[in-house]
Design a protein around this ligand. Structure first.
Ligand code: AMP
Length: 554
């Protein structure tokens, strides 16, 4: 295959499991098994002396070396205060995720026999700017060229859209190990359009496990007639967490399962029934229903009152209570769709589209005598004139069929899952967040608003950039997160209320660029540096990358 179809791999970097896929020479997405011949790899990292072990062995070691093993790191992405300590060194969530990425890509290289340089990584639709940036950093720390970060439900819809020929509106109910996303997607013949998205990035299969652990602890106390908190013992706690996840999976198949609790020389057997399990987790499933309704209300504002299908993705949708509850609540019966693999496969298809579209652009440029940048803005008629010929050339370059080349041109349209604004003062001089971009707005988007200086002869404007989940233009600052600041120095002697234009530009990937223009004739522009403690930058990033790559991962 020529350079024009560079193989870009898709990674589903999950809270509990990670998987990798690529598109084969027949245009089909395939999962790459790991070195244990498993299609998913536990997202668990074990610091074994100077080396790092990722996957099943690490997960098993959690019992024996609870302090050397780190799991569920995805929940800490973008959190500057999360630091995992090992042997006097500290690691941020991005670095730990970097080890997971290295492991799965290393295995994929072994399996496919080629060097992998470029990847697309998925993240929950619900991730904000910091979590997304941290996800990108993980891939970069691992030494890869991260071509794009895409939303997990969008990836699932791409995988679904690739096998469905009918146009339809689907709800993607994605319950993974640590996050819940609910997304409405309009699948058309030439586009996959995200209409609305919602969810909770702290709700997932792990919460179901935690409920089992709490129940087991209670049962232990009842049976031994003690009030000892056995979860204070890290070994017992790890053991119970592993047993709880296993029991949960068994209960997806059977009505009951025995669980053995071993603690301090005592052995206690508990029979866990599915009915009981569903009772102690009922509120969790209800929360997903409430979030689904919230999202459906938002969709109505965009003119979408109905949908044709509900598809269930994410490993935790295997719990029968999910299908049963969805069936009861919504008129459309849900379909379980490739829960473990849809996201990685969708990411692979997206990566393949990127690669083929690059090939297309190069050929269009050569054909029309334009530069690659000019091709981005080429008008439709000019493109139409050369399209057929270019498709044939790219088919020749890559070995894919014309139908595949056309399939790769399906447009993906996304929305933002967060609102973005700045701190401003309302008419009562109260601090408020003034949202320039509201959540569920189509991306890319650019919005400019004019604000006034607060006082006469103001020296500078400090712009605080805020992320929040409100659907209103004015939101309370306490419910928003500062994601960056920018300072615009002003010329002297401006009057109070002098207008300043502030522009927010959000790209398809959820990256935000902010500029402010000063009001005098020079109209000087400042770019807000989106620097926060939450993301590794500059030297710290380079150091993290160097350290990561110097550690052997297996
Ligand atoms: P994902 O992030 O999509 O890989 O989902 C992982 C979550 O799905 C974890 O919480 C798993 O415990 C859960 N899971 C996987 N298989 C099953 C199953 N058969 N029954 C219940 N939960 C499952």
């Amino acid at each position: 295959m020529s350079e024009q179809a560079k193989k870009i791999f898709g990674i589903d970097l999950g809270t509990t499991y990670t998987s990798v896929a690529y598109v084969d020479e027949y245009g089909k997405p395939v999962i790459v098994p790991n070195s244990d011949n498993q299609r998913i790899t536990p997202s668990v990292v074990f610091f074994d002396g100077d080396n790092v072990v990722v996957g099943e062995v690490a997960k098993e070691n959690a019992k024996i070396y609870p302090n050397e093993v780190v799991s569920f790191v995805k929940r800490a992405m973008g959190e500057p205060d999360f630091l995992f300590e090992n042997d006097g060194k500290t690691f941020r969530a991005e670095e730990i995720s970097g080890f997971i990425i290295r492991k799965v890509i290393q295995d994929a290289e072994q399996h496919t026999g080629g060097k992998i340089t470029d990847v697309v990584i998925t993240c929950p639709a619900y991730f904000g700017i910091n979590e997304r940036e941290a996800t990108r950093r993980s891939g970069e720390i691992a030494g890869y060229n991260v071509r794009q970060i895409i939303n997990e439900p969008t990836a699932a819809a791409i995988a679904y859209g690739s096998i469905e020929s009918e146009e339809k509106v689907v709800l993607v109910y994605d319950l993974g190990g640590g996050t819940f996303d609910i997304t409405m997607i309009d699948i058309q013949s030439n586009a996959i359009e995200v209409i609305c998205t919602g969810g909770d990035h702290n709700l997932g299969g792990k919460d179901w496990d935690d409920r089992i652990v709490a129940f087991l602890q209670q049962e232990y106390q009842n049976q031994t007639k003690t009030d000892e908190d056995i979860l204070e013992d890290p070994d017992t706690c790890q053991d119970l967490l592993l047993s709880a996840e296993k029991a949960k999976k068994v209960l997806s198949q059977r009505d009951k399962t025995p669980v053995l609790i071993t603690h301090g020389g005592e052995r206690v057997k508990v029979m866990l029934e599915r009915k009981k399990f569903e009772e102690i987790t009922q509120d969790l499933i209800e929360r997903t229903v409430a979030l689904t309704y919230e999202m459906l209300e938002e969709a109505k504002k965009k003119g979408y009152w109905n949908y044709d299908e509900i598809i269930l993705v994410g490993g935790a949708t295997r719990m029968p209570q999910v299908t049963a509850r969805m069936k009861k609540e919504f008129s459309v019966p849900p379909k379980v769709f490739d829960p473990d693999e849809a996201i990685a496969k969708g990411a692979a298809i997206y990566a393949w589209k990127l690669s083929l579209n690059e090939g297309m652009r190069k050929r269009v440029a050569a054909k029309t005598g334009k530069t690659l940048e000019q091709v981005e803005d080429i008008d439709e008629i000019e493109l139409e004139n050369v399209l057929e010929e270019v498709e044939e050339l790219v088919a020749g370059d890559t070995g894919y069929s014309i139908a595949d080349i056309q399939r790769a041109q399906v447009k993906i349209k996304n929305v933002t899952s967060k609102s973005f604004g700045i701190i401003a003062h309302d008419s009562n001089d109260q601090e408020v967040v003034f949202n320039l971009i509201l959540k569920n707005t189509d991306v890319p988007t650019t919005i400019t608003k004019t604000f006034g200086t607060a006082i006469e002869d103001q020296e500078a404007v400090s712009i605080q950039i805020m992320e929040n989940e409100s659907s209103d233009t004015i939101a309370p600052p306490e419910q928003a997160l500062v994601i960056g600041t920018a300072v615009l120095e002003l010329p002297r002697r401006l009057e109070a209320d002098t207008p300043i234009d502030i522009t927010f530009k959000l790209n398809e990937e959820g990256r935000l660029e902010i500029t402010a223009v000063e009001p005098t004739e020079s109209r000087r522009t400042v770019k807000a540096a989106m620097k926060t403690r939450s993301v590794i930058y500059g030297e710290e990033f380079e150091r993290a990358k160097k350290r990561n790559l110097s550690i052997v991962v297996s």
